[in-house]
Design a protein around this ligand. Structure first.
Ligand code: TYD
Length: 383
């Protein structure tokens, strides 16, 4: 089969699709990954062939302007904020659609694979009559986002004689069943196998016995960026936590881009290392992670069995952070309440209550028992 993987415009959207793409390729299928141009290195680092379908684009920019180029206002309440995000995902399709359709016409895929909100996938599927697979890459994907995206794309769908996207031939849910027993009707659970980017060399401390509990501090690929898209306070909070968390008795590892690591202050006492460490390579040697609620980070922590303190920055992951908190595998600190004091208190609570780590390990085993991407390939082949 020829499978066109259509991804979005940031690492967080591309990397979770890599393990199923590998499994399809290893089973002998042709796989081609289409995404925005700036995702080229992310895709090729993963050993997959890449075709750009729009110039480099950043989601904050897509969110900031409507179809007519007028500046949008970001709402503050959850539901309007989710609709705002959904309309942005709709507008991302407008940037990608023409080139994605041209690529599909040249490459002639038998199947499209995409994640829930990378809606260029179902648009190509609808326009060219190709079946598509939806892989969720989050614990929960609020339907409000999809509804808003469908609303934004109403003229394009109408041109295809539709009011909705076609149903996927397979919908894959990566949330452990005990965290969210009800899945989409007809969805199949899949094991979340983490892929967090190119691994240069696994640091030697990963293999050494640790004397103290170890905590990984990360705010993902976007939140700590020192540019105009920065979430106010993201980098400052990260640095302050780097100084405070060792005082709780943790040995701290800071996972940030190498570029950012070079600009940080000298490592405070009790911080072992700072740099881009692919999480799945280092989390087996950690007990706790403090992060920004990013879906890839959250799911990697679950797959590796570490307790989590989630400070969910972007509204689309607030639901996931609530599920994590309710399951007892971590503590969520709402972004509006995020401070050195509240995050440190959450880390102290985890240090003092063994149940968080026990629950995280139980969930790790639950994730590991789900059908792997290789099992899913056999399912796709039989369909
Ligand atoms: P995600 O958690 O979805 O958040 P965001 O899109 O806000 O960045 O994706 C971040 C991914 O990057 C996730 O797979 C973890 C990975 N990552 C590392 O593995 N190590 C690092 O040092 C950094 C900065 C990111």
């Amino acid at each position: 089969m020829r499978i066109l993987v259509i991804a979005g415009c940031s690492e967080g959207f591309v990397m979770p699709l890599v393990p199923l793409s590998w499994a399809l390729r290893a089973a002998g299928h042709d796989v081609l990954v289409a995404a925005s141009e700036n995702m080229g290195p992310t895709v090729t680092d993963a050993g997959l062939p890449f075709a750009p379908v729009c110039s480099g684009v950043e989601m904050p920019e897509v969110l900031s302007f409507d179809r007519d180029g007028d500046r949008t206002t970001m709402p503050r309440e959850e539901e309007p904020l989710l609709r705002h995000i959904g309309r942005g995902y709709g507008r991302l399709v407008l940037r990608m659609m023409d080139e994605a359709l041209a690529l599909a016409d040249r490459w002639r895929p038998d199947l499209v694979l995409t994640e829930t909100y990378s809606l260029t996938g179902p648009m190509v599927a609808a326009a060219r009559g190709v079946p598509w697979i939806e892989q969720s890459i989050r614990l929960a994907a609020p339907d409000t986002i999809t509804r808003a995206a469908v609303g934004e794309l109403a003229p394009e769908l109408c041109a295809l004689g539709r009011t909705e996207f076609p149903d996927p031939m397979l919908s894959l849910d990566v949330c452990p069943p005990s965290m969210r027993p009800r899945s989409k009707p007809g969805a199949t659970r899949m094991r979340y196998v983490p892929y967090n980017g190119r691994i240069e060399q696994v640091p030697s401390w990963v293999f050494e016995e640790r004397k103290r509990p170890r905590l990984c501090l990360t705010f993902g690929t976007r939140v700590p960026l020192p540019n105009e898209n920065t979430i106010p306070g993201g980098l400052t909070l990260l640095q302050a936590l780097g100084r405070e968390l060792p005082k709780l008795g943790y040995e701290v590892v800071v996972a940030v881009s190498d570029e950012l690591a070079r600009t940080l202050d000298p490592l405070p006492e009790g911080v072992l290392a700072a740099g881009r460490f692919p999480l799945s390579a280092i989390l087996p040697a950690c007990d706790v992670a403090v992060h920004h609620g990013g879906h890839g980070t959250t799911l990697t922590c679950l797959a590796e069995g570490v307790a989590q303190v989630s400070v969910p920055v972007i509204a689309e992951v607030w639901d996931s952070a609530r599920l994590l908190h309710a399951a007892g595998a971590g503590v969520q600190v709402p972004w509006t309440e995020a401070s050195v004091e509240t995050v440190t208190a959450a880390c102290a609570a985890i240090r003092d209550d063994r149940s968080y780590i026990d629950t995280a390990r139980r969930l790790r085993d639950e994730v590991a028992a789900l059908p792997s991407p290789a099992d899913i390939v056999r399912l796709v082949e039989r369909a």
